[in-house]
Design a protein around this ligand. Structure first.
Ligand SMILES: [Zn+2]
Length: 121
């Protein structure tokens, strides 16, 4: 797949700055959490992360993933605001919101890796 140019990445970041916070706003009440700041980053290793203060970071490359995968990454990080680990309790929370989450997880592990590789630098 083609490498992403700086311009591509800037465009994806602009799109993500609108798309991702909308998903966070939609799912936060479903998960039952309050969150802090939302930051869009371009990274080669992570799709999302969160801090103990409730701030959320998301990768702009998510805009190259299907909407259902974006939902999953958002829900994943929101559930970390309750369970800051990958315990069975954590996955039960995720499954409670998105019963089909394993499909999205699998997509990230296969197709998602190919997207990450398109990042230059
Ligand atoms: Zn996680």
């Amino acid at each position: 797949m083609e490498r992403l140019s700086m311009e591509d990445i800037r465009r994806l970041a602009d799109e993500a700055a609108i798309d991702i916070p909308e998903r966070v706003r939609r799912f936060a009440p479903v998960v039952g959490v309050r969150y802090g700041r939302i930051t869009i980053r371009n990274q080669k290793s992570k799709w999302g992360s969160c801090s103990s203060r409730g701030n959320l970071n998301f990768n702009c490359l998510l805009m190259l993933a299907p909407p259902s995968v974006r939902d999953y990454v958002v829900v994943h990080e929101l559930c970390h605001l309750i369970e800051l680990n990958h315990s069975k309790r954590f996955w039960n929370l995720v499954a409670g919101v998105l019963p089909d989450y394993r499909k999205e997880e699998k997509w990230l592990k296969t197709q998602g890796m190919l997207i990450m590789r398109r990042m230059t630098g």
